[in-house]
Design a protein. Sequence first.
Length: 251
Amino acid sequence: MRRMSVLREFQSLAKTDLFARLADGAAANICVVTPNRRLALELEREFDARCLSMGLVRWEAPDILPLPAFVERCYDDALHAEGGEALPLLLSDVQAREVWQQVIGESETGRDLLDLPQTAAQALAAWRLAQAWNIAGALEKFEGGEDTRAFAAWAREYALRLRAARLTDGALLPGLLAGRLQRRPQTLVAYAFDIMTPQAAAFLAAAGSDVLACAPAARQSRVMRCSAESPRTELEEAAAWARARLEAGAK
C-alpha cells in the first residue's frame, strides 16, 4: 500500500533514543511532530515523567508539537524573513469555511441547498483530503457522479478566489512552503503516525536535515465479551468499568 511505502521513507528511531536526544535540550536541535495535539501533550508528559524519575529538578522543555502547528510555525518564519511579503496571507479555518460557503452559495448547484454551512464544512474537509493525498489536480479528470462534479467545480472556484485575493489555507501551506523553509531542525522526528500522507511526507523530508520515524511501544490487549439486561444497563456497566480503569491509573 502507498501509505506503508511513505512511512518507510524515514529511518526508525526507538522511543528510548528519542527521549535521550530530547534530554540534550536545545543543543540537540531536535523537533518532534505528532498527528494531533493529544499525542503531543502525552509525549511531553511522558518525557517530563522520565526526567523526574531520573531525579532531575529542571530540564529544557522539548520541542514537541502537532504537525499542523509545525507547518504554521514554518509559515510564520517565512512570513517574517526577507521576501516574506510575497507570501499569501493565511486564512483561519473559520475564514476558509466562509469562503467555501460563498462559493457554494453562489453556484448553480448550491443555491437550493438546505444546509449551506454544513455543506461548506464538508467541502472544506474534502478539500483537505484532496490536498493531503495529492489528488486535487485530478478531480475534474474523472466523470464521477453529480456530487463529484459539483465539488470539482466548487474547488476550482475556491482556488481561483484564493489566488485572486493572494490568500492561502492550511491545506495548501505544505506545498506553498516548499523551498521557503527558514529554520530547519537538525533532527525532525515523526512520532506515532499510523498513516503518513504524501503531502506530509514530502514536507517533512524538506523540513529537517535528518528525518526519523518513531512509534510508541505496542501494547498487549485482551478482548472480552459480556451481556447486559438492557441498553441502559449496558451503558451504566460500561461507564462504571471505564471509571474504575481511570481511577486505577489506566490510560
